[in-house]
Design a protein around this ligand. Structure first.
Ligand code: HAM
Length: 521
């Protein structure tokens, strides 16, 4: 059997991995200059965390999450389904009752096992329901032992057992994280970070998971570099500074053609009224819209503005715009944000249709697109999410952040030929040692060069001179260091620059000095 990476998931082998490291390292350096510190987060969380923060009507939650039951949950779930699906009828015989009793036993046994293994916690409510279940089971057992029963009583008891099992905890649903803002907020609350001085500024780097249809720039396991600010302030200066950090990072990578689009989607005060106005307008043009948009008129009309369908574009353009319906505070916030961006010399355009696909946003939303990516051209999305901390049970806190899609950012850099991954991972020295007696000297020098930070290949198998030099060439080494018996006798090394074949004999110290001076060229 031949194994392959599963659909939508890929390896990032060298030399590309060097470029990934370089991009991530640049993020670390730039973000640190804005006092952001890294937070490492779990890859999976309770499903409910994402449901609550991202929203049930979003694509991410309704169809894209990779969810699974906590260990023990799967078997317990099936055992419970057997009980709940059992069709009890009048005049059941002993055998039918025994089958049902077997299901109950199975559930109880698996529950005990899960508790013993520590994968299932029993809270007070669940324990109460369990007692209730046990007393109903006792009644059933009494009937079975007596061998006679009244049908109404039997059916009643089975029903009670079925109801009680519905409340038994069978382990939690967990999900691979589809994004990390929810996790950052969870961690902020869990660690009581609101007591830290100033705003809490965090960044994260890592994989996210969404069950999307794979295509260029869209994967099921993809990577994000994200940053979040949590604190007391919702000053637009902060929004602008977060965007400034993002643009500084992209500049440092020399990404050309990146476009920043901003919008304001209002707040709890003004957005509901706008959504109703939008819904009314959409109902009037319903017949001209596709099935998805028609459904969204009722579930989440803002998402219609996201439509990419060519035939819907002219209709969307005629819809009422949120900018005309913002409350005074939101309007003021948006105006100030633009002033703050201008102050920082950051070019932007306003895209009134930028509503973003996650429910937690309010006021500022932004997105960055980059060339060379086809339809999946958003390399970064972000916005303000005041209220999310409270929604997840924390103290009143404001929040703003973004996440860069690293896969797309790197694709765009590669399309623009701005980067040569191989060059950044270039080998400095490849050894050509000729004759077993020369190996110890080569190994010692290799250790010294590596200690000085050079990238060194020391072949472990003995090779003929020509083959050793050809390997150095094929590995793309800048230099070959040749150790033959002559060199060994004279206490020197021959160093050959492969670009022009120039060579010289040097002692160890001179060789190190030579390599250091050549490093920059
Ligand atoms: P998002 O817009 O869902 O926002 O994702 C941010 C970026 O991740 C996108 O712009 C895109 O570059 C990348 N991305 C998303 N899905 C995929 C995929 N399937 N394949 C490749 N790249 C993808 C968020 O995730 C928010 N948590 C951002 C945020 C942080 N807002 C506030 N703070």
């Amino acid at each position: 059997m031949k194994f392959q990476a599963i659909k939508g998931v890929r390896d990032i082998p060298p030399p590309d991995s060097a470029l990934w490291n370089q991009v991530e390292q640049t993020a670390r350096e730039v973000f640190a200059t804005f006092r952001f510190a890294e937070i490492r987060l779990p890859i999976f969380e309770q499903t409910q965390l994402f449901v609550r923060s991202i929203g049930t009507d979003t694509d991410v939650v309704s169809k894209e999450m990779f969810s699974f039951d906590e260990q023990g949950g799967g078997a317990l779930l099936r055992a419970r389904e057997n009980i709940r699906n059992f069709l009890a009828t009048a005049q059941m015989d002993q055998n039918a009752i025994a089958v049902f009793r077997g299901f109950v036993d199975d559930l109880m046994k698996r529950r005990e096992e899960a508790i013993a293994q520590g994968v299932l916690e029993v809270d007070r409510d669940a324990a109460d329901f369990y007692q209730y279940l046990l007393s109903s089971v006792r009644q059933l057992d009494e009937m079975i032992t007596a061998g006679t029963w009244n049908d109404t009583e039997l059916l009643g008891t089975i029903k009670l057992i079925q109801q009680a099992t519905a409340y038994i905890r069978i382990g939690e649903s967990l999900s691979l994280r589809p994004e990390a803002t929810a996790s950052v907020v969870r961690a902020y609350i869990e660690h009581g970070m609101q007591t830290q001085p100033g705003d809490v500024k965090l960044y994260y780097i890592g994989p996210m998971f969404r069950r999307e249809r794979p295509q260029k720039g869209r994967y099921r396991q993809f990577y994000q570099i994200g940053a979040e600010v949590l604190g007391a302030s919702d000053n637009p200066r902060l929004d602008a500074e977060v965007i400034e950090m993002l643009m500084t990072f992209l500049d440092r990578l020399q990404l050309v053609g990146a476009k920043l689009a901003i919008n304001s989607i209002g707040c709890q005060q003004c957005r509901p009224a706008y959504v109703e106005i939008l819904r009314e307008a959409l109902r009037k043009v319903k017949d001209q819209l596709g099935a998805d948009s028609q459904r969204r008129i009722e579930t989440n009309p803002l998402r219609v503005l996201d439509s990419k369908l060519p035939e819907e574009q002219s209709i969307v353009e005629t819809l009422p715009r949120i900018a005309d319906h913002l409350c005074a505070d939101c309007r003021d916030h948006f105006t100030q944000l633009q002033e703050q961006l201008k102050l920082r010399g950051i070019a932007y355009e306003i895209n009134w249709r930028l509503v973003r696909g996650l429910d937690y946003y309010m006021r500022t939303t932004f997105e960055i697109t980059a060339p060379g990516l086809g339809s999946q051209d958003a390399i970064c999305g972000g916005g303000r999410y005041d209220g999310l901390v409270e929604l997840l049970g924390g103290p009143p806190t404001k929040g703003i952040g973004f996440a860069i899609g690293t896969d797309r950012l790197i694709l765009s850099l590669q399309e623009a030929k701005k980067v040569d991954a191989a060059a950044s991972a270039r080998l400095d020295v490849c050894f050509a040692w000729i004759g077993a007696a020369t190996y110890p000297a080569a190994a010692k020098l290799a250790a010294r060069l590596r200690h000085a930070g050079f990238r060194v290949e020391l072949p472990s198998e003995e090779m003929k001179f020509k083959k050793a030099l050809s390997l150095a060439d094929r590995l793309g080494a800048r230099h070959a260091v040749i150790v033959g018996e002559d060199e060994l006798a004279a206490g020197v090394f021959t160093i050959k620059r492969l670009a022009d074949s120039s060579q010289q004999k040097l002692g160890e110290t001179e060789l190190l000095a030579y390599l250091s001076s050549d490093r920059g060229n």
